[in-house]
Write a protein that binds this ligand. Structure first.
Ligand code: SF4
Length: 319
């Protein structure tokens, strides 16, 4: 049973992010906390995290965003949902605010970009279908194994639902992409898992995949220990990090434990080969893998907003 608290937001809704990939767009969180409950999620280490069975919903987000847009001399090209929550968690006040805020932005010719592990309700597809060139959506999924997903991402949408949503986004012309992130070494990254996942993604119209390995920020190990009930699975998740060194995320303040560099290089090359067998190009997150690459995993997608006919005649205003 999730404890939902509705509050008025006091600070700005549109906020900058220190992450390199998000530095050119304002970001927005609809909530504090997230009911999807992904056991590896970094928000569990935040001081304001409301607890595993609680979420705080900002009930005035749409109105506040409208006020903030009025105050801005130049409008942002797009807004990114949600760096530390999920716009599509199955709680009606969250979905209501997400819908109203996304509609407001699209009505102002401002792009909507999101990443989700939730189930996207029908009314959002109807909304996105009206302005698909302004929308870019990413679906996160690392395995088709639902019992495993239930252990790792207990309240996120089932794998097939996420894939169906991915297909629907592609069909209505939204720039849709696929994130296999975070892969968990020895759990979700064996050849059989990845072949099945990539084959499905390819059959749903996807041509590239972003991936990186689990990055254990402070607080996440405690979350895994509290929430993964299967002791063998927990051992499997943590074992590769026993010899890991602390590293930092490029452009961000946080540090954490990564798989050792050479091992990560090897495994990501294998992931690239497997993705390639299914016609998928692999994008590696250069923020979580600064020792390996400078590439970007396309957390945001400016091409989507650049395709807007209305925007073509304007100077794109980056955040
Ligand atoms: S859906 Fe995203 S924000 Fe929510 S718990 Fe999972 S990783 Fe965290």
């Amino acid at each position: 049973m999730v404890n939902v608290t509705l509050v008025d937001r006091k600070s700005n809704a549109l906020t900058p992010s220190s992450l390199r990939c998000l530095s050119h767009l304002p970001t927005i969180n609809m909530t504090v906390g997230c009911v999807h409950g992904c056991t590896y999620c970094y928000i569990r280490g935040y001081s304001q995290y409301p607890g595993d069975d609680a979420v705080v919903v900002y009930r005035n987000t749409a109105e506040q965003v409208e006020r903030e847009l009025h105050r801005k001399r130049k409008q942002p090209i797009a807004v990114y949902f949600c760096p530390s929550s999920d716009a599509f968690m199955p709680i009606e006040p969250v979905l209501d605010q997400s819908y109203r805020t996304m509609k407001l932005l699209l009505d102002h010719d401002i792009g909507v970009q999101f990443v989700t592990k939730g189930a996207i309700p029908d009314r959002f597809f109807d909304l996105f279908a009206q302005r698909p060139q302004l929308v870019a959506g990413q679906i996160g999924l690392t395995t088709l194994d639902d019992p495993l997903n239930a252990a790792i991402e207990p309240q996120a949408a089932p794998a097939q639902r996420r894939l169906d949503d991915l297909r629907r986004l592609v069909e209505i012309g939204v720039t849709a992409s696929f994130r296999a992130d975070p892969l968990i070494h020895g759990v979700t990254d064996d050849d059989a898992h990845l072949n099945a996942l990539f084959a499905k993604a390819a059959s749903h119209g996807i041509r590239d995949v972003s991936a990186s390995y689990l990055f254990l920020r402070p607080g996440i190990i405690g979350s895994l220990k509290r929430n993964i009930r299967d002791a063998q699975l927990l051992r499997c998740i943590l074992a590769p990090y026993e010899t890991a060194r602390r590293s930092s995320i490029r452009g961000g303040a946080s540090t954490g434990l990564s798989l050792p560099v050479e091992q990560r290089r090897r495994e990501l090359e294998r992931v690239r080969r497997l993705a390639g067998h299914h016609g998928l190009a692999l994008r590696i997150c250069g923020c979580k893998n600064a020792e390996l690459t400078n590439t970007r995993c396309h957390l945001t997608n400016l091409t989507a907003t650049a395709r807007s006919p209305q925007r073509d005649s304007q100077q794109a205003q980056l955040w």
